[in-house]
Ligand binder design. Structure first.
Ligand code: NI
Length: 249
């Protein structure tokens, strides 16, 4: 059985989550880490992890919401970190894809959550898009560990993250044509690898164009197991072990 280490299972995307989880389990995916992004989805994640036994959650403010978060949203995160089903602060990070103009504000938001993670000894889920250098330099200032979600950088970058104690999250992007990512993932030691769907986004081939869901972990796993020349069972064992160790679950 596999774990989807990063998905966004919100009501706005899935109107029958019970069924989505059931068909995911039929596809050998029996644990779900539901990631919040803003104050609304953080609350939703808290509701859902209390409802579903095999679902864990992360709460955090994504850089995309840098213009609309409040201090209360950060306090809300802080006050819910003692919930046993909340296993990390995330997803948080830096995203310069649409604009770099708010980069100081993004770094400020990122750092406020890294401080929280350091103080509460919580792992972090990192979103970094076109912002590798600033992400690494900011992370270096804090004693934190976690997952680099949806990694798509160079081997050199992966090595820097791994040296800092981070796991590398692989999703459906690995199945896309034209991904240099295949060569990079091939070189990453299994002890640093975790699998994710980032549902409802990034549906793997040959299902692109349809909505993603956690059951597609199996398709990503088949792809990665061939790339790494190991069995699906070995891949599920090692990636679950990596997650259990990081998140203490
Ligand atoms: Ni995500």
């Amino acid at each position: 059985m596999f774990t989807d280490s990063h998905c966004h299972l919100y009501d706005e995307y899935y109107d029958n989550l019970d069924n989505i989880l059931k068909i995911s389990e039929d596809n050998k995916v029996n644990r779900f880490i539901n990631n919040g992004c803003d104050s609304k989805t953080n609350k939703e994640v808290l509701d859902k992890v209390s409802k579903y036994k095999n679902m864990y959650g992360t709460i955090g403010i994504h850089p995309e919401y840098v213009d609309n978060y409040t201090d209360e949203d950060i306090l809300f995160i802080k006050s819910n970190l003692n919930n046993k089903k909340i296993i990390a602060i995330g997803e948080i990070g830096l995203d310069y894809h649409y604009t770099k103009e708010n980069k100081d504000k993004q770094i400020e938001l990122f750092e406020s959550q890294l401080k929280l993670a350091e103080a509460s000894n919580m792992p972090v889920i990192i979103h970094s898009r076109e912002a590798t250098l600033d992400t690494i330099n900011t992370l270096k200032k804090y004693n934190v560990r976690g997952v680099i979600h949806s990694f798509s950088g160079s081997l050199e970058t992966a090595k820097q993250y791994m040296k800092m104690g981070f796991l590398i999250g692989v999703n459906g992007v690995i199945t896309f044509k034209n991904a240099n990512l295949k060569d990079v993932i091939k070189e990453i030691p299994l002890e640093h690898l975790v699998l994710e769907t980032d549902s409802p986004y990034l549906t793997p081939e040959p299902f692109r164009g349809k909505q993603n869901y956690p059951g597609h972990i199996l398709d990503i796993a088949k792809y990665v197991s061939e790339l790494k020349d190991i069995s699906l069972e070995e891949l599920s064992n090692i990636t679950n072990k990596n997650l259990n160790k990081l998140f203490n679950i």
